[in-house]
Design a protein around this ligand. Structure first.
Ligand SMILES: N[C@@H](CCC(=O)N[C@@H](CS)C(=O)NCC(=O)O)C(=O)O
Length: 215
């Protein structure tokens, strides 16, 4: 069985979801930093791993490659305390993961990305305002759940929390003020207090460079 190998980009919240879960599961892994700003996810070699041209991608034990942060989390969490065993609980995890991909990440993560890539000023103000309004709508949905619940599903921390934490806790980097969402802020503290939590910019995994990885 080969080593788990994560194709990743340190600033990426999508990559962070997988990094954080691997660390909390105590699974050793190799990590390849792929510079998304330099087009390194769009080379023929990378597209052979993920035709969608995006990190994260995880090379599994059998040498096959799995893309999509939430699919990777689901794969890794199967049979662990991070994913409920009951049908209703599992459906609820999927509910929050689909919400994250459709109603949260496209707004909160994208404004953060435009900020750090330095392209925010090139965007039409109306487009930015539409993303900001949609991002606040997503934060309000989280607040409604977290105002009186410790975690997103049941009363236990799991991959739904990791999926939503990844971009929510750095939403400020995209200009979102979290002060109106006290339940979300308290949940962020609870997620940070989980055993073996690592920060988004923490060096994790055994570094393998791009050449060595054949990219
Ligand atoms: N739905 C995907 C989104 C992945 C994604 O957007 N990855 C970005 C970094 S956060 C990327 O690799 N962008 C490079 C590119 O588009 O070329 C997931 O959840 O994994």
């Amino acid at each position: 069985m080969g080593a788990l190998r994560l194709y990743d980009y340190l600033e990426s919240g999508n990559g962070y979801k997988v990094r954080l879960l691997l660390t909390q599961l105590g699974l050793p892994f190799e990590r390849v930093e792929v510079d998304i700003l330099q087009g390194q996810t769009r080379t023929p070699a990378f597209l052979a791993l993920n035709p969608n041209g995006r990190i994260p991608v995880l090379r599994l034990e059998d040498g096959t490659h799995l893309a999509e942060s939430n699919a990777i989390q689901w794969y890794l969490a199967e049979g662990t305390r991070y994913l409920p065993e009951d049908r209703r609980g599992r459906a609820e995890v999927l509910r929050w993961m689909f919400f994250e991909q459709y109603s949260h990440e496209p707004f909160i993560a994208v404004l953060r990305f435009w900020s750090f890539a330095g392209t925010l000023a090139d965007r039409p103000p109306a487009e930015i305002e539409a993303k900001r309004a949609a991002g606040h709508a997503a934060l309000a949905v989280l607040e409604r759940r977290l105002a009186d619940a410790p975690f997103l599903v049941g009363d236990r921390y799991g991959i739904a929390d990791i999926a939503l934490f990844a971009y929510t806790h750095v939403a400020g980097e995209g200009g979102f003020d979290l002060a109106p969402y006290p339940g979300v802020l308290a949940w962020i503290d609870r997620v940070r207090a989980q055993p073996d939590h690592v920060a988004i910019d923490a060096p994790t995994g055994v570094a393998v460079d791009l050449d060595e990885a054949g990219l």
